[in-house]
Write a protein that binds this ligand. Structure first.
Ligand code: KMT
Ligand code: NI
Length: 175
């Protein structure tokens, strides 16, 4: 995993867009974003047990894995629209790679988190983020859930008044 400030330039979303400005894991932690790296499933199971992630499934982001080219294209667009969820977003990368972008405190810059095999990332409820494949065009990830795997994305700006957003802002941004 690498974490850095996105260069904020237009162009292919799958390119690294590395501004050269690194971001520390402490900074991520301040935004409520947790990162682990584990090559064995036992360690993942342990985290899942500690944090109460009782459900899981595997998402294979390819046209075949998602049920056809059209659904694939649509999903990629949905993932890359700035959004939040009312639950944590927990992903353990089994293969391939991609980028999660999360909003920086000042709301202007994206922080780009490169995730590859063995990375486990936890985004807190209410954080604005987006996801893209890298230019390798492939990722396979385990999704873990604290509850039923309902997966609703609330897009910005409509989600600004979502109570989970308000809780996130109070907890992580108003300090
Ligand atoms: C999401 O909600 O943004 C995703 O599930 C992204 C794909 S999983 C690495
Ligand atoms: Ni999401």
């Amino acid at each position: 995993m690498r974490v850095y400030i996105h260069d904020q330039k237009e162009g292919d979303q799958r390119d690294p867009h590395d501004s050269g400005q690194a971001v520390s894991l402490e900074d991520l932690d301040k935004l409520g974003v947790l990162y682990y790296h584990h090559d064995d499933m036992e360690s993942v199971d342990k985290i899942a047990e500690e944090r109460g992630y009782v459900n899981r499934d595997v998402i294979n982001i390819t046209p075949e894995g998602l049920g056809g080219q059209e659904i694939y294209e649509q999903k990629l667009k949905t993932f890359y629209a700035e959004h939040l969820h009312e639950d944590e977003e927990i992903r353990y990368i089994l293969d391939g790679e991609g980028y999660f972008d999360v909003r920086h405190k000042d709301d202007e810059n994206w922080i780009r988190i490169e995730i590859t095999k063995g990375d486990l990332i936890i985004l807190p409820s209410g954080i604005y983020h987006r996801f893209t494949l890298s230019n390798k065009d492939y990722i396979k990830a385990m999704r873990l859930f604290q509850a039923e795997p309902k997966w609703i994305a609330y897009n910005r700006p409509d989600a600004d008044s979502n109570p989970y957003r308000e809780t996130y802002v109070q907890k992580f941004l108003k300090v």
